[in-house]
Ligand binder design. Structure first.
Ligand code: ADP
Length: 162
């Protein structure tokens, strides 16, 4: 069975992330979503919350049974080895994502050339969507319906006391 990992900070998971996870789950026997424990900045949601949001979206919204969610705090390549993965799935939104992702893919190839990084073009309806944009809109009371799951929407409302 071919296994892929799909890494990110998911702070919080958006419909754009879920779209990539769902498409990945159609191509691979199993997809392990890896939630980075440490992100560059202090995350809005705890690691547990970020994992739980993805888990319930996968079970309740997408009904996928070949996707698992796990947090990690190691090199991505080591996380991939741990799960016996042959691929890393990443989403690409705009040209602005490219440079960073290209660099990461080169590094990861150097660390283990047998693990392939696969890029999926963002679906057009989510091409502009990022976790930070969702947080910014939610913070000022804007509508985020459809951009995140109802559970994440509730979580954001609670954090920003709306
Ligand atoms: P963000 O960039 O939104 O903070 P992450 O760091 O959690 O999200 O990103 C994890 C992966 O998901 C990255 O490969 C990123 O390019 C991809 N991704 C994020 N948002 C989208 C989207 N709307 N459509 C497709 N891929 C996305």
């Amino acid at each position: 069975m071919k296994i892929a990992v799909c890494p990110g900070s998911f702070d919080p998971v958006t419909s754009g992330h879920l779209d990539v996870i769902e498409r990945g789950a159609r191509l691979f026997g199993k997809v392990v979503v890896g939630v980075f424990e440490k992100t560059g900045k202090t995350p809005l949601f705890s690691l547990n919350k970020r994992v739980n949001f993805i888990e319930s979206a996968i079970k309740e919204n997408l009904c996928l049974n070949n996707v698992e969610v796990e947090s990690f705090n190691t090199l991505l390549i080591d996380f991939a080895h741990k799960h016996g993965a042959c691929a890393i799935i990443k989403g690409l939104r705009a040209v602005s994502d490219f440079e960073h992702e290209f660099q990461m893919a080169q590094f990861n190839r150097k660390l283990d050339p047998s693990i392939e990084t696969i890029f999926m073009m963002a679906s057009s309806q989510y091409a502009y969507l990022s976790s930070s944009a969702v947080k910014e809109i939610a913070k000022f009371g804007g509508r985020i319906e459809g951009l995140v799951t109802p559970e994440v929407e509730k979580g954001l409302r609670k954090v920003f006391e709306l």
